[in-house]
Design a protein around this ligand. Structure first.
Ligand code: AMP
Ligand code: MN
Ligand code: MN
Ligand code: MN
Length: 274
Protein backbone atom coordinates (compact mmCIF):
# COMPACT_ATOMS: atom_id res chain seq x y z
CA UNK A 1 0.00 0.00 0.00
CA UNK A 2 1.30 3.45 -0.89
CA UNK A 3 0.99 5.42 2.26
CA UNK A 4 2.43 8.91 2.84
CA UNK A 5 1.91 10.10 6.38
CA UNK A 6 3.79 13.41 6.27
CA UNK A 7 3.02 16.22 3.80
CA UNK A 8 2.54 20.00 3.82
CA UNK A 9 0.20 22.44 2.10
CA UNK A 10 0.29 26.22 1.83
CA UNK A 11 -1.43 26.46 5.19
CA UNK A 12 2.14 26.11 6.52
CA UNK A 13 5.32 26.12 4.42
CA UNK A 14 4.11 23.92 1.56
CA UNK A 15 3.44 25.32 -1.90
CA UNK A 16 0.21 23.56 -2.88
CA UNK A 17 -3.39 24.05 -1.83
CA UNK A 18 -4.76 21.02 0.07
CA UNK A 19 -7.02 20.30 -2.93
CA UNK A 20 -4.02 20.16 -5.27
CA UNK A 21 -2.07 18.02 -2.81
CA UNK A 22 -4.90 15.47 -2.71
CA UNK A 23 -5.15 15.54 -6.52
CA UNK A 24 -1.40 14.94 -6.81
CA UNK A 25 -1.62 12.08 -4.32
CA UNK A 26 -4.33 10.45 -6.43
CA UNK A 27 -2.29 10.95 -9.60
CA UNK A 28 0.75 9.34 -7.95
CA UNK A 29 -1.26 6.38 -6.67
CA UNK A 30 -0.99 7.36 -3.01
CA UNK A 31 -3.81 5.52 -1.25
CA UNK A 32 -3.40 6.99 2.22
CA UNK A 33 -2.27 10.58 2.73
CA UNK A 34 -1.83 12.54 5.95
CA UNK A 35 -1.87 16.32 5.73
CA UNK A 36 0.56 17.42 8.46
CA UNK A 37 1.01 21.18 8.30
CA UNK A 38 3.31 22.79 10.89
CA UNK A 39 1.37 23.89 13.98
CA UNK A 40 -1.90 24.06 12.07
CA UNK A 41 -5.00 22.11 11.08
CA UNK A 42 -6.45 24.93 9.00
CA UNK A 43 -6.00 23.06 5.71
CA UNK A 44 -7.86 19.98 6.94
CA UNK A 45 -11.45 20.91 5.93
CA UNK A 46 -10.34 21.63 2.35
CA UNK A 47 -8.29 18.41 2.20
CA UNK A 48 -11.23 16.40 3.54
CA UNK A 49 -13.56 17.90 0.94
CA UNK A 50 -11.08 17.06 -1.84
CA UNK A 51 -10.51 13.52 -0.54
CA UNK A 52 -14.27 12.85 -0.45
CA UNK A 53 -14.37 12.85 -4.26
CA UNK A 54 -11.14 10.92 -4.76
CA UNK A 55 -9.58 7.51 -4.17
CA UNK A 56 -7.27 9.01 -1.55
CA UNK A 57 -7.96 8.21 2.06
CA UNK A 58 -7.09 11.30 4.10
CA UNK A 59 -5.62 11.01 7.57
CA UNK A 60 -6.09 14.15 9.64
CA UNK A 61 -2.72 15.27 10.95
CA UNK A 62 -0.40 18.07 12.00
CA UNK A 63 3.34 18.47 12.68
CA UNK A 64 3.89 20.30 15.93
CA UNK A 65 7.14 21.98 16.96
CA UNK A 66 8.35 21.14 20.47
CA UNK A 67 11.23 22.01 22.77
CA UNK A 68 13.40 19.30 24.21
CA UNK A 69 16.21 20.86 26.22
CA UNK A 70 17.67 23.27 23.69
CA UNK A 71 16.50 21.37 20.61
CA UNK A 72 13.61 21.99 18.24
CA UNK A 73 11.85 18.65 17.80
CA UNK A 74 8.96 17.90 15.44
CA UNK A 75 6.09 15.68 16.52
CA UNK A 76 3.54 14.50 13.99
CA UNK A 77 0.03 13.88 15.27
CA UNK A 78 -1.94 11.39 13.19
CA UNK A 79 -5.66 10.64 13.19
CA UNK A 80 -6.48 13.58 15.42
CA UNK A 81 -9.77 15.35 16.01
CA UNK A 82 -8.95 18.70 14.37
CA UNK A 83 -11.59 20.46 16.46
CA UNK A 84 -10.46 19.28 19.87
CA UNK A 85 -10.25 22.40 22.11
CA UNK A 86 -7.02 21.40 23.89
CA UNK A 87 -5.26 20.79 20.58
CA UNK A 88 -6.68 23.98 19.03
CA UNK A 89 -5.61 26.00 22.04
CA UNK A 90 -2.04 24.63 21.86
CA UNK A 91 -1.79 25.26 18.12
CA UNK A 92 -3.03 28.83 18.63
CA UNK A 93 -0.25 29.41 21.15
CA UNK A 94 2.33 28.20 18.65
CA UNK A 95 0.79 30.31 15.88
CA UNK A 96 1.07 33.42 18.09
CA UNK A 97 4.73 32.55 18.80
CA UNK A 98 5.35 32.21 15.06
CA UNK A 99 3.82 35.62 14.34
CA UNK A 100 5.98 37.26 17.04
CA UNK A 101 9.05 35.42 15.83
CA UNK A 102 8.42 36.51 12.22
CA UNK A 103 8.16 40.17 13.26
CA UNK A 104 11.42 39.92 15.22
CA UNK A 105 13.08 38.23 12.27
CA UNK A 106 11.92 41.09 10.06
CA UNK A 107 13.67 43.54 12.42
CA UNK A 108 16.88 41.49 12.34
CA UNK A 109 16.79 41.47 8.52
CA UNK A 110 16.47 45.27 8.58
CA UNK A 111 19.62 45.37 10.73
CA UNK A 112 21.31 43.24 8.06
CA UNK A 113 20.35 45.87 5.50
CA UNK A 114 17.49 43.80 4.08
CA UNK A 115 14.16 45.61 4.52
CA UNK A 116 10.72 44.20 3.68
CA UNK A 117 11.43 40.60 4.71
CA UNK A 118 8.55 40.32 7.19
CA UNK A 119 6.08 41.83 4.72
CA UNK A 120 7.26 39.46 1.98
CA UNK A 121 7.07 36.41 4.26
CA UNK A 122 3.55 37.44 5.34
CA UNK A 123 2.63 37.76 1.68
CA UNK A 124 4.02 34.35 0.70
CA UNK A 125 2.30 32.71 3.66
CA UNK A 126 -1.07 34.11 2.48
CA UNK A 127 -3.73 32.79 4.84
CA UNK A 128 -1.30 30.33 6.45
CA UNK A 129 1.25 30.76 9.20
CA UNK A 130 4.79 32.07 8.65
CA UNK A 131 7.69 29.63 8.68
CA UNK A 132 11.38 30.16 7.95
CA UNK A 133 11.13 28.90 4.32
CA UNK A 134 8.97 31.96 3.55
CA UNK A 135 11.92 34.17 4.51
CA UNK A 136 14.29 31.90 2.56
CA UNK A 137 12.16 32.25 -0.55
CA UNK A 138 12.26 36.06 -0.26
CA UNK A 139 16.07 36.02 0.07
CA UNK A 140 16.38 33.85 -3.05
CA UNK A 141 13.95 35.93 -5.09
CA UNK A 142 15.68 39.17 -4.09
CA UNK A 143 19.03 37.70 -5.12
CA UNK A 144 20.57 37.87 -1.64
CA UNK A 145 21.38 34.14 -1.76
CA UNK A 146 21.50 31.57 -4.55
CA UNK A 147 19.16 28.98 -3.00
CA UNK A 148 17.04 28.08 0.04
CA UNK A 149 19.81 26.01 1.62
CA UNK A 150 22.17 28.99 1.52
CA UNK A 151 19.47 31.21 3.04
CA UNK A 152 19.29 28.83 6.00
CA UNK A 153 23.08 28.52 6.28
CA UNK A 154 23.73 32.27 6.10
CA UNK A 155 20.75 33.76 7.92
CA UNK A 156 18.12 31.43 9.31
CA UNK A 157 19.75 28.62 11.25
CA UNK A 158 20.40 28.71 14.98
CA UNK A 159 23.43 30.94 15.59
CA UNK A 160 22.95 32.88 12.34
CA UNK A 161 22.11 36.62 12.35
CA UNK A 162 18.35 36.38 11.74
CA UNK A 163 17.62 33.33 13.86
CA UNK A 164 15.10 34.00 16.62
CA UNK A 165 14.80 31.28 19.27
CA UNK A 166 11.24 30.21 20.03
CA UNK A 167 10.02 28.71 23.30
CA UNK A 168 7.84 26.00 21.76
CA UNK A 169 5.86 23.97 24.27
CA UNK A 170 7.54 20.89 25.70
CA UNK A 171 7.52 17.43 24.13
CA UNK A 172 5.37 16.30 27.07
CA UNK A 173 2.74 18.99 26.42
CA UNK A 174 2.68 18.47 22.66
CA UNK A 175 2.28 14.69 22.97
CA UNK A 176 -0.49 15.34 25.48
CA UNK A 177 -2.42 17.65 23.09
CA UNK A 178 -2.24 14.98 20.38
CA UNK A 179 -3.40 12.22 22.71
CA UNK A 180 -6.22 14.35 24.13
CA UNK A 181 -7.33 14.93 20.53
CA UNK A 182 -7.52 11.14 20.07
CA UNK A 183 -4.41 10.91 17.90
CA UNK A 184 -1.13 9.05 17.79
CA UNK A 185 2.05 11.05 18.43
CA UNK A 186 4.94 10.23 16.11
CA UNK A 187 8.51 11.45 16.46
CA UNK A 188 9.23 13.03 13.05
CA UNK A 189 12.46 12.44 11.06
CA UNK A 190 14.55 11.45 14.12
CA UNK A 191 17.81 11.32 12.16
CA UNK A 192 17.55 15.01 11.22
CA UNK A 193 18.16 16.40 14.70
CA UNK A 194 21.69 17.23 15.68
CA UNK A 195 21.64 14.73 18.53
CA UNK A 196 24.26 12.21 19.64
CA UNK A 197 23.21 8.58 19.91
CA UNK A 198 22.92 8.95 23.69
CA UNK A 199 20.82 12.12 23.35
CA UNK A 200 18.48 10.48 20.83
CA UNK A 201 17.99 7.53 23.17
CA UNK A 202 17.25 9.97 25.99
CA UNK A 203 14.73 11.77 23.77
CA UNK A 204 13.09 8.44 22.88
CA UNK A 205 12.75 7.55 26.58
CA UNK A 206 11.18 10.94 27.32
CA UNK A 207 8.92 10.69 24.25
CA UNK A 208 7.67 7.24 25.25
CA UNK A 209 7.31 8.42 28.86
CA UNK A 210 5.09 11.26 27.62
CA UNK A 211 2.84 8.82 25.73
CA UNK A 212 4.41 8.98 22.26
CA UNK A 213 3.54 5.88 20.24
CA UNK A 214 5.22 6.20 16.86
CA UNK A 215 8.50 6.96 15.14
CA UNK A 216 9.18 7.92 11.53
CA UNK A 217 11.39 5.11 10.37
CA UNK A 218 11.08 5.68 6.63
CA UNK A 219 11.44 9.45 6.24
CA UNK A 220 12.53 10.76 2.85
CA UNK A 221 15.48 12.56 4.49
CA UNK A 222 16.75 9.31 6.04
CA UNK A 223 19.65 7.34 4.58
CA UNK A 224 19.40 3.55 4.30
CA UNK A 225 21.46 3.35 7.50
CA UNK A 226 19.12 5.81 9.30
CA UNK A 227 16.15 3.62 8.32
CA UNK A 228 17.80 0.56 9.86
CA UNK A 229 18.75 2.45 13.02
CA UNK A 230 15.24 3.86 13.48
CA UNK A 231 13.69 0.44 12.74
CA UNK A 232 15.82 -0.94 15.56
CA UNK A 233 14.67 1.84 17.91
CA UNK A 234 11.05 1.27 16.93
CA UNK A 235 11.40 -2.28 18.24
CA UNK A 236 13.49 -1.42 21.27
CA UNK A 237 11.09 1.33 22.42
CA UNK A 238 7.94 -0.48 21.19
CA UNK A 239 7.00 2.32 18.83
CA UNK A 240 4.84 1.92 15.73
CA UNK A 241 6.74 2.61 12.52
CA UNK A 242 5.64 5.50 10.32
CA UNK A 243 6.67 6.65 6.87
CA UNK A 244 6.38 9.91 4.99
CA UNK A 245 7.84 12.06 2.24
CA UNK A 246 7.65 15.41 4.10
CA UNK A 247 6.59 16.80 0.70
CA UNK A 248 6.51 20.62 0.57
CA UNK A 249 5.71 21.21 -3.12
CA UNK A 250 7.16 21.05 -6.63
CA UNK A 251 10.32 23.01 -5.81
CA UNK A 252 11.38 20.80 -2.88
CA UNK A 253 13.54 17.71 -3.49
CA UNK A 254 11.05 15.33 -1.90
CA UNK A 255 8.34 13.74 -4.03
CA UNK A 256 4.88 12.98 -2.77
CA UNK A 257 4.52 9.28 -1.98
CA UNK A 258 8.24 8.63 -2.25
CA UNK A 259 10.31 7.51 0.73
CA UNK A 260 12.53 4.56 1.67
CA UNK A 261 10.79 1.24 2.23
CA UNK A 262 9.79 0.28 5.74
CA UNK A 263 11.74 -2.83 6.83
CA UNK A 264 9.54 -5.94 6.93
CA UNK A 265 9.91 -6.53 10.65
CA UNK A 266 8.45 -3.11 11.60
CA UNK A 267 4.90 -2.63 12.93
CA UNK A 268 3.29 -0.24 10.41
CA UNK A 269 1.51 2.57 12.19
CA UNK A 270 -1.40 2.72 9.73
CA UNK A 271 -2.76 -0.57 11.09
CA UNK A 272 -3.71 1.49 14.15
CA UNK A 273 -6.22 3.58 12.20
CA UNK A 274 -7.12 1.83 8.92
P1 AMP B 1 10.17 26.71 11.10
O1 AMP B 1 9.17 25.66 11.48
O2 AMP B 1 9.53 28.02 10.79
O3 AMP B 1 11.29 26.83 12.08
O4 AMP B 1 10.81 26.25 9.72
C1 AMP B 1 11.35 24.96 9.62
C2 AMP B 1 11.15 24.44 8.20
O5 AMP B 1 12.18 24.94 7.38
C3 AMP B 1 11.28 22.93 8.09
O6 AMP B 1 10.04 22.32 8.29
C4 AMP B 1 11.74 22.74 6.66
O7 AMP B 1 10.61 22.70 5.81
C5 AMP B 1 12.50 24.01 6.36
N1 AMP B 1 13.97 23.85 6.38
C6 AMP B 1 14.76 23.61 7.44
N2 AMP B 1 16.06 23.61 7.09
C7 AMP B 1 16.10 23.86 5.75
C8 AMP B 1 17.14 23.99 4.78
N3 AMP B 1 18.43 23.86 5.11
N4 AMP B 1 16.78 24.24 3.50
C9 AMP B 1 15.49 24.38 3.16
N5 AMP B 1 14.46 24.27 4.03
C10 AMP B 1 14.75 24.02 5.31
MN1 MN C 1 8.54 22.53 6.70
MN1 MN D 1 9.79 18.57 10.34
MN1 MN E 1 7.38 18.29 7.79
Amino acid sequence: MICDLHAHSYYSDGELAPTDLVALAEQRGVEVLALTDHDSVDGIPEAQAAARDSRVRLIVGTEISAMWFNHDIHIVGLNIDPEHPILIDGLKRHQAMREQRAQKMGELFIKQGIPGAYEAARDYAQQGLIARPHFARFLVEQGHVKDMGTAFRKFLRRGKPCYVPTQWCSVTDVVDWIKQAGGIAVLAHPARYKLTKTQLQHLLRDFVGAGGQGIEVAASSHTAQDVLTMARYSKEYELLASQGSDYHGPSSHAQLGLMPQLPNDCQPIWRAFL
